[in-house]
Design a binder for this molecule. Sequence first.
Ligand code: PHE
Length: 340
Amino acid sequence: MSNPQELTQEALAAIARAQTEAEVAAIEVDYLRRKNGRLSSLLSEIGKLPPEERAALGQAANEAKRAIEAALAAKRQELEEARLADIAETEAIDITFPGPPLGRGHLHVLTQVQRQIETVLESMGYQVELGPEVETEWYNFEALNIPPGHPARENWDSFYFTPDLLLRAHTSPVQIRAMQRIKEPPIYIITPGRCYRRDAPEATRLPYFSQVEGLAVDKALTVGDMKGTLLYMIQSLYGEERKVRVRPSYFPFTEPSFEFDVTCGICAGAGCKSCRHKGWLEVGGCGMVHPQVLRNGGIDPTKWNGYAWGFGIERMAMLKHDVEDIRLFYESDLRFLEQF
Ligand code: PHE
């Protein structure tokens, strides 16, 4: 029979050799298990000893137990540290390493269409001019020949902050602002931006939308100049097979005034469900700038004349991509947006 000191030496040697947590656990069981562990087996012999030696053996056994437990704990800590050091090495973060590629988004389809319009018109010498979305009643109405009480105000009903301050109902007020700023024609500007109207949301209209307005002021401009410019713009954006037409209409700030239509891209003008069997889709209004509007902008209508148009950017995007419901542009549904 070995004594506790020998047993301890043996156990410590085994622990020192152990390489894994599993081996450590096996040693623990082997030596310290209550039932049939080596230490308990040793103690089970205690009864055979003369009584005066029993206490000494008991004490030695306790010391052996503490020594083995301490060695096991130290070994375990050593193995854990080695494991962590290993992870630190193999899974170290190299901050100079390029990260995983980010999913990149892209410009919203309305921004894309707006920029395409700008690009085409800039190539014809137009400059982009921006105006405020919070506008005064004078710029939004009066300066455009729509005095208080004029029935046409109904068409541009908007959201008011005060009787004099509102969210602009169209981009036309920027016509006046551009004339005031530039002062001396020729003036060739386009002005894209957000507009607001008191309309309930539906498939073809929203209370917020974007327009792009164009204004040309020069000498002896004609409806033909205007129509040619707009035809060039439409065909540049949608392809040369598109046709355009102007229909007589009424706006207080143009004379004569027209609605501007483009042939439907789905049926090429033959008539289908999406153009309500008309073959044509309306994109906005246009006309020759009313002399009073020129005067309100500080320009002499006996020397200069001009044309202007205001098209809905959503309408133009719907026309380009055959989108049937204007609300889709603002719902932020990736299934829709990722198509463009
Ligand atoms: N401002 C008009 C609208 O919002 C469109 C328009 C602009 C018409 C310029 C003629 C000239 O409906």
